[in-house]
Design a protein around this ligand. Structure first.
Ligand code: ATP
Length: 248
């Protein structure tokens, strides 16, 4: 079905927390230069999926392959190819945004020159301008989110895993973040797996989407395909129709 070199192939992935079946055998593929959106309501299993792909959680069964490397058996290989933006990530309050980016670059960049390039990219992606030189503790929630997104993308992952990338952002800054994600993919050919509750955002941002509910993928395809399938005028309507199990 898929080649081993796809950015992501999720195969019959299951995750159980005690009695709770968070994932009941999901399959997803993310292709090169693709922004793939996992969308669904609270508790659907989005974060669990992203955390497994990010090698932070072990699957109960099934697997996820990142460029052919198994998250269960070769997590160290996977970690060299991904970068993860958690939903609830925080920043260090007492250091400036610039220093936060600089520390990250010093960890990831193999040379001083590449570290400088990373910082420059991060500064640009953050869109924080002069505020980058102020302590991150003084930033608004949206500014912190932009700094964290910049940190996630500046290391140039081949697969970026973004949990609710625009959570807490106003419309204006959400648009900026979406454009930064699109630009990153266009410039690097990397792939993005993201989760969102915001179906309108996903419609604008994602090449393909999967509807997830109660640990199952209900449907997937391009936004146009899924809308057409359910005779819906937007993804929200299509999602509701998919949950109800058929056409409206
Ligand atoms: P949200 O949109 O609210 O972030 P989500 O789609 O990301 O939701 P998950 O966080 O993946 O959903 O949770 C899926 C299910 O797994 C939920 O029923 C949740 O309560 C359960 N769950 C997740 N993590 C744990 C855990 N560490 N221990 C027990 N149950 C968990």
């Amino acid at each position: 079905m898929s080649s081993n070199n796809e950015p992501l192939v999720v195969q019959r992935l299951e995750k159980r927390f005690g009695q709770v079946y968070a994932l009941k055998g999901i399959n997803i593929e993310v292709r090169e230069s693709e922004i793939f959106g996992l969308i669904g309501p609270n508790g659907a299993g989005k974060t669990t999926t992203l955390r497994i792909v990010a090698t932070l959680l072990k699957p109960s069964s099934g697997d996820a392959l990142v460029y052919g490397y198994s998250v269960s058996r070769e997590p160290h290989r996977v970690r060299g190819l991904i970068s993860y933006l958690p939903e609830d990530a925080g920043v260090y309050k007492n250091i400036t945004g610039y220093d936060f980016l600089r520390f990250t670059a010093e960890i990831y960049a193999p040379s001083k020159r590449e570290a400088e390039e990373m910082i420059e990219l991060g500064a640009r992606l953050s869109g924080l301008g002069g505020r980058l030189y102020e302590p991150a503790g003084t930033y608004s929630r949206g500014m912190k989110r932009r700094l964290l997104l910049a940190r996630t993308l500046m290391i140039r992952p081949r697969l970026a895993i973004l949990d609710e990338p625009t959570s807490g952002l106003d419309v204006y800054h959400a648009v900026e973040v979406r454009e930064a994600i699109k630009r990153y993919v266009a410039e690097t050919g990397a792939a993005v797996l993201l989760s969102s509750h915001n179906m309108l955002e996903v419609e604008y941002l994602c090449d393909r989407v999967a509807f997830i509910s109660e640990g199952l993928i209900l449907d997937y395809g391009t936004p146009s395909e899924v809308k057409e399938k359910y005779g819906a005028s937007n993804l929200e309507e299509a999602f509701i129709a998919a949950v109800r199990g058929g056409k409206r």
